[in-house]
Design a protein around this ligand. Structure first.
Ligand code: HPA
Ligand code: ZN
Length: 336
């Protein structure tokens, strides 16, 4: 199964580039910029990755991002992720970034975009990995701040494909960002949003109705609402599920309790993703391995997950068709 998982062409649709910051790179960037991290070494930092909920993770994640200061830092960060992605058999990736985390510290949006963009283009030239970039608004900040960030990105012609919504979900309903998303969509941007991770299924419905998103990020709590589940299946709305993240943030007590297999068997278009791999104990292949083992997924179910990742992506139809054919050809070969 291991080699089959790796060989399957896959796309990753839910990964925060700031969440790929490994402790080793954090320490080397801290040294470069003369920043003192409040941890003795890499091991002490890793040991602090013991989370009780989403907020306990976000506090460490935003503090970690403080070492990212110039375009070269964002370039190094993105290069490292793209190398891991290629090694895991990822052929296409849709990357989130959180501009407000950086602009609030005085890092220009143009530097963030330059570093990430250069690394993405290099990976495409070297390995053929394609990408889309998705600008996420931080939902704990105001809608005005989000609108300002959107305007700045539009002015810079930032090369972004879409907008997303992340950070603390509870207490920050999607309705807060309806106007911002309307403007983004009017400018031709695609929309996705985190919903139903810690928040109730009502936030997922509201996200679909008010933000008109093409996918829901996480969405695992949708299972609590039968009418919503029917809607997700009927309208074929993808969920970008992040198994290791969900267990580390205690959405599920252990991987055996995760609802990914049930969602799949109910006919929801679920995909597997790594979210913040440096913080949650693994990249895409680690996530595939973890669910396959804990939930005893069949080969056919793994193939469906790979197919869903292509179908739910923002690739054009001919590219999707090409990758789906490659997946089907691989699946048709007898197991080694
Ligand atoms: N949820 C909300 N905000 C985030 C996440 C997440 O899983 N990862 C990074 N920011
Ligand atoms: Zn996320």
């Amino acid at each position: 199964m291991e080699e089959f998982l790796r060989a399957l062409p896959k796309s990753e649709l839910h990964v925060h580039i700031e969440g790929t910051l490994e402790p080793e790179l954090a320490f080397s960037l801290a040294e470069k910029h003369g920043i003192r991290l409040p941890y003795a070494d890499v091991n002490a930092l890793r040991a602090a990755y013991d989370f009780s909920d989403l907020q306990s993770f976000l506090d460490i994640y935003y503090a970690g991002a403080g070492v990212l200061r110039d375009a070269a830092d964002f370039h190094a960060l993105t290069r490292a992720y793209m190398e891991r992605a290629h090694a895991d058999g990822i052929v296409h990736t849709e990357i989130f970034f959180d501009p407000q985390t950086h602009t609030a510290r005085g890092v220009p949006l143009a530097s963030v975009l330059e570093g990430i963009g250069d690394a993405l283009r290099e990976a495409r030239a070297q390995n053929g990995t394609t990408h889309r970039l998705i600008l996420c608004f931080l939902r704990h900040l105001s809608a005005e701040d989000a609108m300002h960030t959107l305007d700045e990105a539009l002015q810079l012609k930032a090369g972004i494909a879409g907008v997303g919504l992340d950070s603390s979900e509870l207490g920050h309903p999607p309705s807060k960002f309806a106007t911002v998303f309307e403007r983004a969509r009017a400018q031709g941007l695609l929309a996705v949003a985190h919903a139903g991770e810690e928040g109730p299924p009502g936030y997922v419905s509201e996200t679909l109705d008010l933000l008109r998103v093409r996918r829901i990020d996480h969405g695992v709590r949708s299972e609590e609402d039968p009418a919503l589940m029917e809607r997700l299946v009927r309208e074929r709305i993808p969920l970008t599920v992040c198994p290791l993240s969900n267990v580390r943030l205690q959405i599920f007590s252990d991987m055996g309790q995760h609802n990914l297999k049930r969602l799949l068997e109910r006919g929801v278009c679920v995909t597997v993703n790594s979210d913040d791999p440096a913080y949650f104990g693994g990249y895409l292949l680690d996530n595939f391995r973890a669910v396959t083992d804990a939930l005893q997924l069949s080969r056919a179910q793994v193939v469906t997950l790979a197919r869903n990742s292509i179908e739910a992506s923002f690739l054009d139809d001919p590219s999707k068709h090409r990758w789906l054919q490659q997946i089907d050809a691989l699946a048709a070969r007898p197991p080694a």
